[in-house]
Design a protein around this ligand. Structure first.
Ligand code: AMP
Length: 438
């Protein structure tokens, strides 16, 4: 697909040209024709892949001037920063069109935003909480909405916006086109799609921010935390210009690793995970950007919303459970036309997972020889000790408590019925009920 092939207006083409946007990115090539064909789509794409224009271009191609003051396109985003950014991109594209864009988000004066909504817009970008509040005042009416975009859906769910999303969906006309974008797929994202998006959605995969061929990937076999730590210290000591993102499996391990690094390299590393306050996280990012930190220890969940692009090394201290997440992690390095370095520490338990990741990305990663000067530890830390089997709670099957005879048979039948119904059907049914009540 080329931009020339999709009959964009002169005004839109000029706006693109002015931004030096001439060739569509991978996600744009895949998404734009489907959006133009009126399909509901699910786009798997991260920031930096051109996902915003992947939905804005086709939306704007078909959005004509209207006297209607209420929005015909709603774009839901997780954060105020993204709301501003998306609205700015839309405004740049609308440079020569008479299409009005408005961004609404929390933390700002409600009355000013009410006034702006009242004045009218064609495209409304907003965070779910504020957008819903505005709808509740009666000033914002959503009955004219023809297209809904849910951007960074996974992040939105991570931030706990599920209830607000549902309330907004309930206010929208049933007949609309739905476009959902998410950096990763998850059960929660699928649940939103199954419950609210009807049947005709297409899944589109796009490569991560940095093309894989620009990332040099290596791996080392390391059986436990202490050995991995020794290896990490070796990399820190042998790379004076290191600026690393170090990924670990959990908050607990992030704290443990950070404490060890703090002892060895005082005030040279940071840590980011969801138990840390927003202010703390922002300070870490600021210090990293200002070259005051050599690296940040992070869990997958929070790292996603962080915009840091001059990372020299991504260290997979532990492998992620999801293959897509690995690609997302290593895509943080090698930005701005530089070669990136990704190093994975792999235990024998993680070996199969690592093979799966390699087939998923269709790239073979060679194991490097374990450096002779690095000590292999035999000692596990308490956090990685396997739980003592004798301490495990006894699991009691509730059916057995119900007992023998009729009651038990009844319960068994009931459970069978529930189990036979696919999860998504149950949810869709619930949703329909809610709709009917209104
Ligand atoms: P996004 O993934 O939407 O955050 O976009 C990242 C950046 O890529 C934005 O600054 C866009 O202006 C830019 N961009 C989007 N599409 C293209 C394209 N086809 N060619 C060049 N730059 C683009």
């Amino acid at each position: 697909m080329r931009f020339e092939d999709i009959k964009l207006s002169k005004q839109l083409m000029n706006a693109l040209k002015e931004q030096n946007i001439t060739t569509p990115t991978a996600i744009q090539k895949k998404a734009i024709p489907k959006i133009l064909a009126g399909k509901n789509i699910v786009g798997i794409a991260q920031t930096g892949t051109g996902k915003t224009l992947a939905y804005l271009i086709p939306i704007l191609r078909d959005l004509k001037y209207s006297e209607d003051k209420m929005p015909r396109v709603v774009i839901l985003v997780p954060t105020r920063e993204l709301a501003i950014q998306v609205a700015e991109e839309a405004k740049k594209l609308c440079e020569y069109l008479s299409i009005r864009t408005l961004a609404v988000y929390g933390g700002t004066n409600m009355n000013t935003q009410k006034k702006a909504v009242h004045e009218g817009c064609d495209i409304l970008v907003g965070t779910p909480g504020r957008l819903y509040d505005l709808a509740m005042t009666g000033i914002l009416r959503l009955k004219s909405v023809k297209k809904l975009v849910v951007d960074e859906c996974d992040e939105m769910l991570n931030l706990g916006f599920r209830p607000q999303l549902q309330r907004i969906f309930d206010l929208l006309p049933e007949k609309r086109q739905n476009l959902l974008f998410s950096a990763t797929t998850s059960d929660d994202v699928s649940e939103i799609v199954d419950t609210f998006f009807g049947i005709s959605e297409d899944v589109i995969a796009a490569p991560s921010g940095t093309p894989l061929e620009k990332i040099h990937q290596t791996a080392f076999k390391a059986e436990n935390f202490n050995t991995k730590l020794n290896l990490l210290k070796h990399f820190i000591d042998t790379n004076p210009d290191l600026r690393a993102f170090i990924f670990v499996q959990s908050k607990r391990f992030a704290d443990v690793l950070f404490e060890k690094l703090e002892v060895a390299y005082p005030e040279q590393f940071g840590v980011i995970h969801s138990n840390k306050s927003q202010n703390f996280r922002m300070r870490m990012v600021k210090e990293f950007k200002a070259d005051q930190l050599k690296g940040i220890v992070a869990t997958d969940l929070v790292s996603r919303g962080i915009d840091i692009d001059n990372v020299s090394h991504v260290v997979n201290f532990d492998l992620p459970g999801e293959k897509e997440q690995y690609i997302h992690r290593i895509g943080r390095t090698g930005r701005a036309d530089q070669q990136g370095e990704s190093i994975s520490f792999v235990t024998s338990e993680e070996y199969n997972l690592f093979t799966g990741i390699q087939s998923f990305m269709d790239v073979k990663v060679e194991f490097s020889d374990f450096p002779e000067e690095v000590e292999i530890s035999k000692q596990k830390i308490p956090e990685e000790m396997e739980p003592d089997i004798h301490d495990a709670p006894t699991i009691v099957n509730p059916n057995h408590i119900v007992g023998e005879g009729e009651k038990f048979e009844e319960k068994k039948k009931e459970n069978k019925k529930v189990n036979l119904r696919p999860r998504d059907k149950v949810k869709r049914k619930k949703f329909k009920k809610r709709k009917r009540r209104k």
